[in-house]
Design a protein around this ligand. Sequence first.
Ligand code: XIL
Length: 346
Amino acid sequence: DTLRDAFDQCFLVGTALNRWFIADEVPGLLDFVGDQFSAVTAENAMKWGRIHPEEGQYAVAIPDRLVSFAQANDMAVVGHTLVWHSQTPDWVFEGEGGQPASRELLLGRMKDHIDTVVGRYRGRVHGWDVVNEAILDDGSWRPSKWREQIGPDFVEQAFRFAHEADPKAELYYNDYNMTAPGKRDAVVAMVKDLQAKGVPISGIGMQGHFGIGRPSMEDFTAALDAYGSLGLKVMITELDVTVLPWPENLAVGADISSAAENREELDPYTDGLPEEVARAQADQYAALFRELVARKDFVSRVTFWGVSDADNWKNNFPVRGRTDHPMLFDRDLQPKPAFDAVMAEA
Ligand code: XIL
């Protein structure tokens, strides 16, 4: 039994692949992925810093392989991501003499990038995360270089460029903490404004970096319904359910070995996931999928951010070197209680 078959009548079920997986350096992994999933996202390979590291130089070997793998396995490709404040090289924002690039220069670079990348995969990428993470949890705009140097219309410009480059591709706004009421209401207002201006937007991506009991089902369903009522497709685009606590007293990016006192508390499952935690995680996944299946009319995809516990980014975020267990498959690619719980909702 596979996820892609089980949810065939509901929505696509996707995964994110890192470069080792795409390059087929992990024996058997791609076969497993093709069996289980019906959509695929590059975890990093299509981000600006990877696919366009220097002005005019594009690195397409890994993205090309991802797209042909997907075609060969009848999977949808999700392009991630075109305009983001992170993993974008400094040169993009720089102008003459170390000055910030002007609005015209930065818009021109945005258009070139989108023309080239979206144009290359025209007809082969199902949809693009056009703009990623433009709004903060309290609903205010993130003060990014995109916004500072172009102005508030950078969002609509990105969508218009993407639509020109591939008129048939779906185009999404994607963000994290999309269940936070302040962010939710701001995203709804932004999308209504885009729709009123005739900007081509087709869906909303809720990243879905969740935890046990987080978000509450009340916040989750309120957000799904708020986005669904805009008449757009709604997707969970980067799903994982961490079992680890947020490390309050460590800086983002710190190594866990620098946590002198409470190291065991911050990294408690190095020897495996206790049954009761695996159960609680399974319950959270089941509750999420129950609400998603109930909304299959407008929920078009659920993508996991990785394949197994071994490769998910949460082992190294927000601090490095922990042993997390966020996914449906364990480190030996064996299904966990969470897998069975999800399948039972199909
Ligand atoms: C993460 C990747 O998983 C990591 O490998 C990388 O080091 C940093 O980015 N939101 C997003 C994703 O939109 O692109 C991020 O992916 C996770 C948060």
